[in-house]
Design a protein around this ligand. Structure first.
Ligand code: COA
Length: 247
């Protein structure tokens, strides 16, 4: 996987947000060219192929945080095909970090029983309270999907590493994600700054995604030193990538 084979496009929720974090970037443009829709379509198609979602995309998408939603899309330079995408919801204002119930709602998880829901909500509360104490912004990370033609070529890892680079760009925010066990999403994130908020907590089953998932905290500074130069290169690439603003 060569970093020069693809380019990133960043989709920002607004011009104001884009300029806040990419102020020295000359490539902020207000026309999105339908890219957010294409990225959503790709994600939905991949998730459908994996059996994570039913037909109706609306049944899975929480639109209440659209004004805070960023996307990162990797595009093949020669074919211009979408290789993969990932979505971030950034809560960057003091006192803006949501309650645990809202985080659960964002992911749309349908828990098997009340006990697993209570456990997860408790863990999220612990995580959010730690972030508040550290005065950190929160980035909810989700929707990682790689085009089925490009799987196992390293794009999932690239997007995971770029997520860490992105967290550094937005003021060293820390993250939270629900990552699935089945295709290796959880193991991928755990190699790239992801950690269990409480050790020994087993995976739980999400009925509507029909798979086991893990709740992970994400810390862009907890990365294996061997990946540091790659993250730095991705951060440099992101800083000059085209940023498309939705409004
Ligand atoms: C899960 C998914 C994103 C993985 O993407 P991918 O591009 O196929 O995976 P990669 O080629 O990047 O990674 C393959 C392996 O190499 C590792 N890897 C590759 N490059 C790496 C790097 N530079 N640094 C560290 N690890 C790397 C990955 O961790 C992974 O390990 P594994 O084989 O033990 O699982 C992809 O299969 C997918 O879209 N699945 C369907 C949707 C989904 O499940 N999304 C995840 C939701 S949490």
């Amino acid at each position: 996987m060569k970093i020069n084979n693809f380019e990133f496009l960043v989709i920002a929720p607004s011009g104001e947000q884009a300029r806040r974090y990419f102020q020295s970037n000359q490539n902020i443009v207000t026309k999105d060219g339908g890219l957010p829709i294409q990225a959503d379509k790709l994600r939905h198609q991949i998730f459908k192929e994996e059996g994570y979602v039913r037909d109706d995309p609306a049944s899975h998408h929480d639109t209440s945080a659209n004004d805070k939603t960023w996307q990162l899309v990797a595009i093949d330079k020669s074919s211009e095909e979408l290789l993969g995408c990932i979505r971030f919801i950034l809560f960057d204002q003091k006192n803006d970090i949501p309650e645990a119930d809202r985080i659960v709602k964002m992911c749309g998880i349908d828990f098997e029983d009340k006990k697993s829901r209570t456990n997860i909500v408790g863990l999220i509360k612990t995580h959010l309270s730690n972030l508040r104490k550290k005065n950190k912004s929160l980035m909810y990370v989700g929707g990682l999907a790689v085009n089925s033609k490009g799987k196992k070529l390293g794009y999932g890892a690239i997007l995971g590493l770029a997520t860490n680079a992105f967290m550094r760009i937005v003021g060293e925010a820390e993250g939270i994600t629900f990552a699935q066990d089945y295709q290796g999403g959880a193991s991928l994130f755990r190699r790239l700054g992801g950690y269990r908020i409480k050790e020994k907590l087993d995976s739980f089953y999400s009925k509507n995604h029909s798979c086991n998932a893990q709740l992970l905290g994400l810390d862009p500074l907890r990365i294996d030193a061997r990946l540091e130069s790659m993250i730095k290169a991705l951060e440099d690439k992101l800083r000059v990538s085209k940023v498309l603003t939705v409004s």
